[in-house]
Design a protein around this ligand. Structure first.
Ligand SMILES: NC(=O)c1ccc[n+]([C@@H]2O[C@H](COP(=O)([O-])OP(=O)(O)OC[C@H]3O[C@@H](n4cnc5c(N)ncnc54)[C@H](OP(=O)(O)O)[C@@H]3O)[C@@H](O)[C@H]2O)c1
Length: 343
């Protein structure tokens, strides 16, 4: 990958896609194209690599509905990207997954089929598919290794989404075997950071906590209620670290990619996490202190806890020579600053 390579970010308005764009801009890549879907991205999500209110010169954005095959085909035919970061997906928390299971499986399978097939047709050199740690069995041993995929039943609430993601991995693997493509995949743990979703009905645990503590501080509420016992352990990775690894993986030497991602039946994907987890109770107190909320934290034990522990094994990630650099406390502080500045 060189600085003039044509690089396509599918989902450039999303949390991960915008972080990958920022990382590429920071590394001075000059020829980036991205797609957005329902809402034209606010240029401020690409800061500090642009002037306020303007898109960076190195970035061109197009509105494309990636579920529509003709649109995807025409876009790739016209742009002929060398590299594709595949960060577009129908994403949501438990509630959304429960209410719209058909959308989660149908839209994700359709988007994946369209992008992966067109990337092959138009000769993309390397594609990086974003999966998720929900692909692993609910009862997987901890920490979770890549080879545990398809060794047990999935968490029922997000099974349709997880099945679509597993199909995405298997499509990459099948295209690599049949057509000698370099379609690789990464499985990130829980992500957080700028451009996250802070809507309390659809957000993930960390942005939801930030929002709850912030709102309670603003309104002078005496207590914040967190679902469950606070005992489950979770792992969190800053999205800028994930973006840094995505660009690192895209630029790996061919020999490394062949050995680490394309030696079927060796998995064509790698876990991306920190290797460290903490309890939800510890996280709640960390967020409370960062926000500066002085009331109390109450755990509503009548609400479900979910899986007791979900920690990724990062041996393969470490062997590639990369590690995250943003400590959780600093990452949450920065995310909170971003939230206050943009809300
Ligand atoms: N967030 C996490 O904690 C996390 C953890 C592990 C893995 N991941 C993975 O990372 C990837 C990106 O997630 P994210 O957190 O960045 O989600 P996000 O912020 O919701 O970004 C996803 C982007 O995909 C776009 N998209 C959805 N449907 C589309 C369509 N039909 N046509 C074109 N674009 C479409 C969305 O645009 P609209 O909103 O306009 O539809 C959105 O901008 C996903 O594959 C996800 O599984 C995320």
């Amino acid at each position: 990958m060189n600085k003039d390579s044509k690089i396509f970010i599918a989902g450039a308005a999303g949390m991960v896609g915008s972080a990958i764009v920022r990382n590429l801009l920071k590394k001075q890549f000059r020829n980036i194209v991205g797609t957005w879907h329902s809402k034209s991205p606010d240029p401020q999500i690409y800061q500090p690599y642009n002037r306020l209110g303007e898109l960076p010169e190195a970035l061109k954005l197009n509105q494309v509905d990636l579920t529509i095959q003709n649109q995807v085909r025409s876009f790739l035919e016209k742009e002929k990207p060398d590299y594709v970061f595949f960060a577009a997906a129908k994403v949501g928390g438990i509630q959304a997954n429960n209410e719209f299971p058909a959308d989660f499986i149908h839209k994700n399978l359709t988007i994946q089929g369209n992008i992966i097939h067109s990337a092959y047709q138009f000769g993309v050199e390397r594609l990086l598919f974003l999966g998720s740690s929900c692909i692993y069995p609910k009862e997987a041993c901890q920490p979770i290794k890549e080879e545990y995929l398809l060794t047990g039943l999935l968490e029922p609430t997000n099974e349709p989404y997880a099945i679509a993601k597993i199909a995405g991995i298997k499509m990459c693997e099948a295209f690599n075997r049949q057509f000698r493509t370099q379609f690789i995949a990464i499985m990130p743990t829980n992500l957080y950071g700028p451009n996250d979703n802070f809507d309390l009905t659809t957000s993930h645990v960390l942005p939801a906590m930030l929002r709850k503590f912030h709102d309670a501080k603003q309104t002078g509420t005496k207590e914040v209620v967190i679902w469950g016992t606070g005992k489950p352990r979770r792992e969190f990775l800053h999205v800028d670290d994930l973006a840094d690894f995505s660009v690192f993986a895209m630029a790996l030497q061919d020999e490394v990619v062949k050995k680490q991602f394309l030696s079927y039946p060796y998995p064509c994907f790698v876990n991306v996490g920190t290797g460290k987890d903490l309890t939800i109770e510890e996280l709640a107190h960390l967020v409370k202190n960062i926000v500066g909320f002085s009331g109390s934290v109450v755990f509503d034990q009548s609400k479900p806890d979910g899986t007791p522990r979900k920690l990724l094994d990062i041996s393969r990630l470490s062997a590639l020579g990369w590690k995250p650099s943003i400590e959780l406390e600093k990452g949450i502080e920065d995310t909170y600053k971003w939230y206050r500045a943009t809300k």
